[in-house]
Design a protein around this ligand. Structure first.
Ligand code: PLP
Length: 332
């Protein structure tokens, strides 16, 4: 299978915002978009996106997972970036139409169709460094993806960074390109200097998230993760895993965790750590790196509770367990 995110369906759904209105949805080639070189997004990063998935069930049905949550976050990101307000009903239809068009290309589990709605400011004005774009482009791009874990889920090495930040704190809950650009330099440095896979950003000792995933600590029957605030991205996977943990009778604690507490707990038997996100679902963490010391999490291997929670989520997504929370929307 090709590298994640490098294969695209030939067409996408698209709409433009001009004169205070959204155009009718069109279906166009996904090879290129028309854009002025002075477009607002190219200079002042007026851009946000979403990531969600459609799954194929054994009966041949195609289902999108928690689309309402992604639409709400897309609306919020657009609003916080002062982009034109999206029309959620239209974007929902765009997602359902384009996934429906490519229903036969949705891979079998463990694969899925990754859906990437994207919204960018297009006004041709390099004078608008401190003013919003009055026009925008919104499209829904599709990328069939395979199992993120071919070769097994190798536990990750995370560098705990207490001095840096992933992004400016008031940008944390916006799914916006600039935030990834902001985190890239530190992540590349952590890879080459201490062979870390990711940085777990912990500004002033407050355990937050990595560059593109939320962080979850498991201690026996308790699942602990940072309580929601505006400094980090509110993952749909995070919320789903917490719900499933509660369904399984686990104690769910949404509260702040300090680096000290994290390192103290890491060595205890029965402790597990994981990253949550749509692409990889739940990825086990095996090692923390802090001030040139390495701390193994539990026994350093993928833990049983991480695997159990990931399976519980996959079972719903793949139609193997009842969809008790009405998370799936049937496309066709
Ligand atoms: C997308 C993303 C997540 C995970 O969100 P999901 O809705 O679970 O996919 C977490 N953190 C960041 C910074 C992200 O961009």
């Amino acid at each position: 299978m090709a590298v994640f995110g490098t294969v695209f369906m030939p067409e996408m759904a698209i709409t433009t915002f001009e004169n205070d209105t959204w155009s009718e949805t069109k279906f166009v080639s996904s090879e290129s978009i028309p854009m002025h070189p002075g477009a607002h997004v190219l200079h002042y990063s007026s851009t946000c996106f979403e990531g969600l998935k459609a799954f194929r069930h054994d009966d041949g049905g195609i289902y999108v997972f928690r689309m309402d949550q992604n639409l709400n976050r897309f609306e919020q990101s657009s609003q916080l970036l002062n982009l034109p307000a999206i029309d959620k009903a239209q974007v929902e239809q765009m997602i359902l139409s384009i996934v429906g068009q490519y229903a036969s290309d949705v891979p079998e589990p463990p694969g899925s169709m990754y859906i990437r709605p994207t919204h960018v400011g297009t006004e041709a004005s390099i004078g608008k460094a401190a003013a919003p774009s009055l026009t925008s482009l919104l499209y829904v791009l599709l990328s069939p993806v395979g199992d993120y874990f071919t070769g097994g889920a190798k536990p990750l090495r995370l560098l705990l960074d207490e001095t840096g930040m992933r992004c400016a704190p008031h940008m944390g809950m916006i799914k916006s390109g600039g935030n990834y650009a902001s985190a890239l330099g530190p992540i590349l440095a952590a890879r080459s200097e201490v062979q870390a896979d990711q940085i777990l950003f912990c500004p002033n000792g407050d355990v937050q998230e990595t560059g593109a995933a939320n962080f979850i600590l498991i201690d026996g029957n308790e699942v602990i993760t940072k309580t929601l605030d505006s400094s980090f991205l509110h993952g749909v996977t995070r919320s789903s895993i917490l719900t499933l943990a509660a369904d399984l009778g686990m104690t769910v604690s949404e509260r702040n965790i300090s680096v000290d507490e994290l390192l103290e707990r890491a060595a205890k038997p029965g402790v597990e750590a994981a990253l949550s996100g749509t692409a990889a679902v739940l990825t086990p963490v095996g090692t923390f790196i802090h001030n040139d010391k390495e701390y193994q999490v539990g026994n350093g291997e993928a833990g049983p509770t991480t695997q159990k929670l990931r399976q519980a989520l996959n079972d719903i997504q793949w139609g193997k367990a009842p969809d008790k929370h009405n998370w799936l929307v049937k496309v066709k």
